[in-house]
Design a protein around this ligand. Structure first.
Ligand code: MN
Length: 291
């Protein structure tokens, strides 16, 4: 079983197209651990479906406008307190909680706290795994955030896949493997390589009219990561973190993150995107059309 696992796309269709361009169709399943992005989800699933294998996914905190009844085409399965079997493995999990939106949790009182809500999901997940008679050594749980205290109650469960904290990580605990597969959406600001970083920093310290011309030279690249996971017949799990290619001749990464507001993609990557402008806000990154 070969799994392509991704998370935290945040409406960034270009990074999904770039992933598509660098991986062939040799996966048995694509896993999306949430934060797809609520207004470009259809385009994102259109790209992912071209891998020609089933897609299993959960919603994250960026997916609040996506309904539980939404569908994204043949072979796309929302894993939310249900079980999908692919080959010898079972996939289950749950979406990020949001009070009142999930039809399965409607009866929960408004004053139930976030922690107790997660507890309800945890109990419901254990219940469905038990009732379905799943072999834990052949079961994969997908959530958006890592869920604590599942390990003790599901001893030896094969694999947990999640995202949310935008840092790839693999760990083993109580006989299970935990993989934070995020984030596919990671943007790096770049400048023409001949601009020395020091000169840029000095320009930033100076008044705006001095660095305005440099801003015009700023571009961005998609530099996120994803995971390729192999599970053999004996249940051994191998996890590989892969990066979106992002080293281009003539471009150098600049660290001043605030700078990339409004910067288009480098020409090498413009083929993957529509050069939408990036607007950074406190609640996240939202995209608006380039003028
Ligand atoms: Mn996220």
């Amino acid at each position: 079983m070969r799994i392509l696992a991704i998370s935290d796309i945040h409406n960034n269709v270009a990074c999904v197209r770039k992933l598509r361009s660098q991986e062939p169709n040799d996966f048995d399943v694509v896993v999306v651990a949430g934060d797809i992005g609520d207004y470009r989800a259809t385009e994102i699933f259109d790209v992912l479906r071209s891998f020609g294998c089933p897609i299993v996914y959960v919603y994250g905190n960026w997916d609040r406008k996506l309904a539980y009844s939404d569908t994204f085409g043949r072979n796309c399965h929302l894993i939310h307190l249900n079980v999908i079997k692919i080959g010898a493995l079972a996939f289950t999990g749950f979406s990020e909680f949001e009070r009142g939106r999930d039809p399965l949790m409607k009866p929960i009182a408004k004053n139930v706290t976030g922690t107790r809500y997660v507890q309800k999901y945890r109990d419901a997940l254990i219940d469905i795994i038990t009732r379905s008679g799943l072999d834990l050594r052949r079961t994969i749980v997908i959530t958006h955030q890592r869920t604590t205290r599942l390990g003790q109650r599901l001893p030896g469960l094969l694999l947990y896949l999640f995202g949310h904290i935008h840092t790839f990580n693999v760990s083993d605990s109580e006989g299970s493997k935990y993989v934070n597969v995020s984030a596919l959406d990671r943007i790096l600001p770049v400048m023409p390589a001949h601009r020395r970083h020091r000169a840029l920093r000095q320009a930033l310290i100076a008044e705006e009219r001095k660095w305005a011309p440099l801003i015009g030279e700023l571009r961005h690249v998609n530099a996120g990561n994803y995971a390729v996971i192999e599970i053999d017949a004996a249940g051994r799990v191998q996890v590989e973190c892969r990066l979106l290619h992002h080293a281009y001749d003539g471009w150098t990464v600049v660290q001043a993150l605030a700078l990339y507001v409004g910067a288009p993609l480098v020409p090498e990557e413009a083929i993957f995107g529509d050069n939408r402008r990036f607007v950074q806000s406190r609640t996240g990154t939202s995209r608006t059309k380039a003028p």
